[in-house]
Design a protein. Structure first.
Length: 125
């Protein structure tokens, strides 16, 4: 059985998908763009600010399911260019304490809305 997880403190889905799905003790959070849920627009700034907003959105969605970043077991980071990796990585690391989750990171040709970054996560509770 699957349960839809949705937060008003994260941007609404921009397509036919859910912000997150919980099944059993697993939460699958859809890729989050650096969109400010209050404005529906990308936050100002560069990759550091965009990474921080992706995590703010992820945290809001996880909170709806009673979870935090401590519950994340796997992340996937999509970047518009690998030259953004080091700055992204600084902000990424600051969002975790203790053991880091498993991670994949890829540069892709284009992201939705021409974003610089998108992050999806899997959490276990």
């Amino acid at each position: 059985m699957k349960e839809v997880i949705s937060s008003k403190n994260a941007p609404a889905a921009i397509g036919p998908y859910s912000q997150a799905i919980k099944t059993g003790n697993m939460i699958f959070v859809s890729g989050q763009l650096p969109i400010d849920p209050a404005t529906g627009e990308f936050v100002a700034g560069g990759i550091k600010e965009h990474t921080a907003q992706c995590f703010a959105n992820i945290k809001a969605i996880l909170a709806e399911a009673g979870a935090t970043t401590a519950n994340i077991v796997k992340t996937t980071v999509l970047l518009s260019d690998m030259s953004l990796f080091a700055e992204m990585n600084e902000v990424y690391a600051a969002n975790f304490e203790g053991t880091f989750p498993a991670r994949s990171a890829f540069a892709v040709k284009t992201l939705p809305k021409n974003a610089m970054i998108e992050i999806e996560v899997i959490a276990a509770i």
